[in-house]
Design a protein around this ligand. Sequence first.
Ligand SMILES: CC(=O)SCCNC(=O)CCNC(=O)[C@H](O)C(C)(C)COP(=O)(O)OP(=O)(O)OC[C@H]1O[C@@H](n2cnc3c(N)ncnc32)[C@H](O)[C@@H]1OP(=O)(O)O
Ligand SMILES: N[C@@H](CCO)C(=O)O
Length: 378
Amino acid sequence: MSSRTFDRHGLESGAVLKDAIVEYETWGTLNEAGTNAIVVCHALTGDAHADDWWEHLIGPGRPIDTDRYFVVCANTIGSPYGTASPLSLNPDTGERYGATFPQATVRDTVRLHHRLLWSLGVRRVAAVVGGSMGGMQVLEWAVSGSFVQTIVPIAVGGRHSPWQIGWSEAQRQAIMADPNWNGGQYTDDARPSRGLSAARMMAMVSYRSRGSFEQRFGRRLQSNNGSSSADAAPFEVESYLRYQGRKLDDRFDANCYVHLTRQMDSHDISRGRGAYEDVLASIEQPALVIGISSDVLYPVEEQEELASLLPNASLHVVDSPHGHDGFLIEQDAIAEVLHPWLETHSRPSAQGASTFSVEANVSSVPRAPLSKSSTSGS
Ligand SMILES: CC(=O)SCCNC(=O)CCNC(=O)[C@H](O)C(C)(C)COP(=O)(O)OP(=O)(O)OC[C@H]1O[C@@H](n2cnc3c(N)ncnc32)[C@H](O)[C@@H]1OP(=O)(O)O
Ligand SMILES: N[C@@H](CCO)C(=O)O
């Protein structure tokens, strides 16, 4: 794992992140022209260890072939896994930001990742691939025009819908209802664990499907369902969801969760750029749009819309009972379409771009001041 720090990173809101650290992992070797990079973008609770959560897709001889490509996965702004977030120290106060961490957008994250890539010597990106929140980043990358050759957005639409914002808000309210929340100013000793767990339980229902729960749990009862108190969890599905809630609470942070769900809610590829249809029509790269047949959160209609509005898109729907999480679970089915797509569309070009901008077509977004950067490896 490596990190790089940019001394200033301007956000869409006008706020400036000082000492904006970005944590990232790379595999493979960058070619001399700087044109064989593949960017992998992670989802809400994922991290930069992309070969862990997409192990069938990334590696030697796999579709994202680390023998041929320089593969980069960078952690997003707001995530608890290393990049600038509510867990970072505010250089102005020396204290952890917590709830005072400035709100970033998907676009702010992608601009930071662009700067990282450029500083690593990447001069053209052969492909950008990601699902869910990662897919939102993929679409933002596409706006940088010829800097990116091909895109593969998975289980995502062009803007967060009221349905998705509704799920996010219900989860945030579960966190905020926790007595330890305290406006986000909680301590390590008294974290809003119950709220974060409840938020994850809600999210897990939206990430799976009626069919997969029916198949996995039915109406089966837990053999050791404990007491007959109001807190008892007689059904297996209840125990499963509680377990998933605790598991996320053990590895995540409530302020980061609130921040990242708001970041996803900001997702609208057309914000400040013109009419939605026109902005998608201006994305000229070949696009492989992938959906999961049983996804109730980012339903296939959204990928159909993307594929119809992007001028050079192909649509592939993975037939799966696993719902939205299919983009993490159905790796072999994704590999079947991703492999030939990348073979055809992501051959590294001989020459890179002389400059880059993720803000092409943007009229109203403040630019980040360019600044010096420092690097550290670990
Ligand atoms: C730093 C980090 O760790 S980040 C890790 C990377 N994470 C990510 O990238 C986020 C995305 N990943 C995910 O969301 C998930 O890991 C997925 C979608 C890939 C797979 O989900 P999983 O939780 O592994 O699978 P699944 O839904 O089958 O649940 C299995 C777990 O539930 C438990 N479980 C199953 N049924 C029950 C039940 N009735 N009661 C209690 N627990 C149950 C299993 O024992 C298993 O536990 P384990 O995770 O400790 O092995
Ligand atoms: N399981 C995924 C779903 C969000 O896309 C995650 O936790 O990141």
